[in-house]
Design a protein around this ligand. Structure first.
Ligand SMILES: C[C@@H](O)[C@H](N)C(=O)O
Ligand SMILES: C[C@@H](O)[C@H](N)C(=O)O
Lengths: 161, 161
């Protein structure tokens, strides 16, 4: 199955929030995202990985304009959620390769990560699907990241959206 | 913008691997996924979240048939990668809502997580994009998870793929 890379996209209008050390039991993720939904906060990516011990950290991205409102909301509800603390930054941009059939081509992720590594860009977070590989990088490195990925994949600059 | 939920999917043919405590510096993600790509290991989702201190954990899913081969490969290369250890399980299934325009409807994630919580299903990992919200749950809870989500969203059972 051929991989088709359609293009590279970036979004600098984001902020990243992480809710730290929540109990890893049913209902916690629901509480957090119900709270956000009821407050009209749009969430882009949600990332929950392995955690440590019997707790998890849940990270997500939102529009930069909603960062402080969201941090306040989470902070007011730390006990309700059962979280230790909230960690956040606006020094983040999302850079993505958009394509098709990427799950069967592990080389695509490796190539994208290699392009960023060679440009000395640190990958802060990674989230993928079959059609999109997204990395969070530092906000001011977004353009450099996109250019590095374009060059590594031999994509025309016009595909930058 | 209207959210369209197209259906619920599940994949029980997966295993989850986490590479623990890698240094959070450029080049580490590249090394791992280049190693996997060169060994012909197909990766489905990749998840890298906040980590602790100056290290990160990188998690990913693969076909169950490739679990032991992949764990061996990572274990042989722990020093090369700069990782503390590898953690893995085959007691995992991916359950996903597939739709469109979900980023602007935070209620969709909350509803999915609520359905799982009410069915007493623990969410092990979460990975999302605008068109897909995926949760890793225990392997033997996949069908119960899909049914719970169908019912909560009022979807017809035939949409189960
Ligand atoms: C941590 C959180 O995802 C929890 N496991 C839940 O199911 O809600
Ligand atoms: C942890 C890993 O993602 C590292 N930050 C890298 O850029 O490769």
């Amino acid at each position: 199955e051929k991989t088709m890379i359609k293009g590279v996209a970036y979004d600098k209008d984001i902020a990243r929030i992480s809710i730290i050390a929540v109990r890893d039991i049913p209902g916690v993720a629901y509480k957090i995202f119900k709270l956000l939904a009821d407050a009209g906060i749009n969430v882009d990516i949600i990332l929950q990985s392995i955690g440590r011990g019997d707790t998890k950290d849940i990270s997500f991205t939102i529009a930069r304009s909603q960062l402080m409102e969201t941090v306040d909301l989470i902070n007011k509800n730390l006990d309700y959620i059962g979280a230790k603390e909230v960690n956040f930054t606006h020094d983040v941009a999302k850079v993505s390769i958009v394509g098709a059939g990427m799950a069967n081509h592990p080389g695509v992720a490796a190539t994208m990560f290699g392009a960023l590594a060679d440009a000395d860009i640190n990958i802060h977070m990674i989230s993928t699907s079959e059609i999109k590989i997204s990395c969070l990088v530092r906000w001011d490195e977004a353009e450099k990241a996109v250019q590095a990925i374009h060059e590594r994949f031999g994509l025309a600059e016009e595909e930058l959206e």
